[in-house]
Design a protein around this ligand. Sequence first.
Ligand code: SF4
Length: 445
Amino acid sequence: MALSGLEIYKHLPKTNCKKCGLPTCLAFAMALAGKKTSLDKCPDITDEGKSALDAASAPPMATIEIGTGDNKVEVGGETVLFRHEKTFFHETAIAVKVSDNLQKDEIAARVKQIEELKFERVGMQVQVNLIALSCDSGDAQKYADVIKEITLSSKLPLVLMSENAQVLEEALKVCAETKPLIYAATEENHEKMQSLAKQYNCPLVVKAADLEALATLSQKITSAGLTNLVLEPSPGDIGSRLKDFTKIRRLSLKKNYRPMGFPVISIIGGKDPMEQVVEAALSITKYTDILVIDNVKPEEILPLVTLRQNIYTDPQKPIMMEPMLYEVGTPNENSPVIVTTNFSLTFFTVQPEIEGSKIPAYLLITDSDGLSVLTAWAAEKFTAEIIADAMKKAELEKKVSHKKIIIPGYVAVLSAKLKEESGWEVMVGPKEASALPKYLKESWQ
Ligand code: SF4
């Protein structure tokens, strides 16, 4: 159980030295109880106090790493139930399933399809993260051979899916250094599975028929010294899975219940592709950390990675573009100059409309801390002075032979002041980006 602030306080040095960044030891104790700081911030804590407080300072949900190098995936480590309370840290890792029963060329083609599931959205690359290789053949040698082939053509980390410890032992002999996720330890096989996970230092999925059995099994495995776990409650239908996932998240974050303090995995497969997409979307929203699906078509994956990106961006940090002068098409000295803010969605709404107009232009992006036009204007982060300063820094006078700048219609009120600050003629563009092509054709050309 989590310790209260006062219980933590008893184990602190009580010198109020402020080295931890807080004014008193009591303030530090309260912050530690609320998971808002970590024990290592107090340099003067005794070994005795440290061990007494380990339980309170440990994160409520473990962070688990799968894979190595640039493609390494981290899941778990969450601290809040709802994104608006703070942020979510590690987005749901999406794994696409491959069966070892496929022919060699079919496996190669499927892996290639998985590798190509990469998309660019609001300036960021989004993609699937893992390959889940299911041992449907039951043949350990065949499974190990397929792993060798896959690791030659893909660097995506693997989920090794078999409940047969012998199969997994052969598999780990050929790929343990890539740190795959082992799926799965059950009540029947957990001793063999946990010793494999320990020997090869790989994370392990623990599955059980219900939450009580899952907690008991998780406790058994952690007391054997393994802490790199992922939980899978009974598969059931989507409704019962969401209930179980919510209970696990609440037990770990609100009750600090250690057996449930791990990320969760959801296996969705063998259904109609669209049904899988719907279930996968629901699972991403609550609270799946690793999702295994059969879908491999871009049109089925794109909605999932888009939803995931929307949920897992930090609500306190808007997605921003670098403030600078962008060229859309190949502008020349007669091209229009359009100014807007550095909120990513604004940029990626305006830029394609200019492209669509077939009129090359300069797009001047100012630093508005990632706020959209009206919000930035209201917060005084998109003012005439800021725009004039950005125009000067971009050396617009060297780029174009005219002195006209187009501002968003929503901030028409800035026209006179901007003219005064910059000495340029200010043209008021449309309020909506979708009206830009018509505006440029009619008002610029
Ligand atoms: S650093 Fe430690 S001893 Fe100093 S005020 Fe913070 S908690 Fe107290």
